[in-house]
Design a protein around this ligand. Structure first.
Ligand SMILES: Nc1ncnc2c1ncn2[C@@H]1O[C@H](COP(=O)(O)OP(=O)(O)OP(=O)(O)O)[C@@H](O)[C@H]1O
Ligand SMILES: [Mg+2]
Length: 354
């Protein structure tokens, strides 16, 4: 996998060409001070939370000196830890409205899927800038986009900086049925494999509609994707809403930075799943899905990320500032009269992040 392969999968690189077959989206360039804010450590306090005193703040807070620290969450508590991003706020509000009032957020490559535990309704549904910032700030996947997007690239030299223009992507919210999503692997411009996207669940209709699904995906690939994407090797995700009705969701690099789901990357990279199924001119991709309900497994990726880093820090006692933030958050929730969730709920979600 090369740097260019990753760069071509950045949302702003592919969206203009494929906007007619994907979910309507808006893109907002992110200013450096917002990127610095995302990279700051610590728990972000939600709207209405009480501020912390300067003794409570950690050394990174020096970077925030001189800023009016109270606007993102509409709090006018002096000393709150949130810097203000008024222009970004108003752009986000404008685009949320233009996309129908509810959006799905992501950065150049990733959505904060690992951070839904912190959202009010445990989804990525966002209706306000603060919904989005809280998810972005709590996500390891976003942190990967910001700090290590080229980690697996063979031509990446960590000493040489690759400048990336970061964007916030807002996508119109779509009620996605996870059983209708598939991940498609393209190697040497051939569609070699298709995997059920939510590979830890069993859906009986996939087996029943197997041939139609493969046919639709091959058709979609041939009509819209083949030779239109600037790499020879890549992965694309799609959503088959109904027979013959397919939406593109995303492009991902062909390599282990992308979850192979029901495929193994060694297998995809070294062998060609097409072998043995290749007649003279018609190539049939390998199609993998969970065929029996006992095949349901916990998602290893999200199991790893399902335990919030802040909870780990709290449990290990390595960051006392986070404990102070958490206690203040709990106190402000009690003051608001919002019973919300107790710690027992968080513990249950650690073992089953879905
Ligand atoms: N506009 C949307 N509205 C609602 N849900 C969405 C939307 N776009 C994507 N999703 C859901 O979120 C999931 C992740 O979206 P997406 O592929 O864009 O994120 P990602 O971070 O690139 O994921 P991955 O790391 O697996 O490539 C999708 O599989 C889909 O279920
Ligand atoms: Mg993706």
């Amino acid at each position: 996998m090369k740097l260019d392969d990753v760069l071509y999968c950045s949302f702003t690189a592919w969206y203009p060409k494929f906007s007619h077959i994907t979910i309507k989206s808006c893109v907002i360039p992110l200013p450096q001070d917002f990127l610095d804010y995302l990279n700051e450590d610590g728990v972000v306090l939600p709207e209405g939370s009480t501020g912390v005193t300067s003794e409570d703040s950690n050394q990174n807070d020096d970077n925030l000196e001189g800023e009016d620290l109270d606007v993102i969450w509409d709090s006018d508590t002096p000393g709150a830890m949130c810097p203000k991003f008024l222009e970004l706020d108003s752009a986000v509000k404008k685009y949320i409205k233009s996309l129908g009032g509810v959006v799905f957020p992501k950065l150049n490559w990733s959505a904060p899927r690992d951070a839904t535990w912190i959202a009010f309704d445990h989804t990525l549904k966002c209706k306000s800038p603060s919904d989005i910032y809280l998810l972005l700030k709590s996500s390891e996947f976003i942190s990967h986009d910001l700090n290590q997007p080229f980690l697996y690239c063979e031509d990446w030299d960590s000493k040489k900086e690759v400048r990336v223009a970061y964007h916030l992507v807002l996508r119109k919210w779509l009620n996605v049925h996870p059983g209708y999503e598939f991940r498609c692997f393209v190697k040497n411009n051939n569609l070699i494999g298709i995997s059920q996207r939510n590979h830890t669940a069993y859906y009986d209709f996939i087996g029943k509609e197997r041939d139609d699904i493969i046919f639709d995906i091959q058709d979609f690939y041939a009509d819209h994707i083949h030779l239109n994407f600037p790499c020879q090797n890549y992965v694309f995700d799609m959503y088959r809403q109904e027979q013959g009705d397919i939406l593109l969701i995303d492009f991902n690099p062909f390599g282990e930075v992308t979850d192979g789901l029901l495929f193994d990357w060694t297998e995809l990279e070294n062998n060609d799943p097409l072998k043995g199924t290749d007649s003279e001119s018609i190539k049939v991709p390998a199609f993998r899905y969970v065929a029996k309900s006992k095949g349901v497994q916990p998602d290893p990726l999200l199991t790893n990320y399902g335990v919030p880093r802040d909870i780990l820090d709290l449990a290990s006692g390595t960051d006392h500032n986070k404990l102070i933030d958490l206690l203040q958050l709990k106190r402000s929730q009690q003051e608001d009269g919002s019973s919300s969730e107790d710690e027992s709920d968080v513990q249950v979600r650690q073992t089953d992040p879905r």
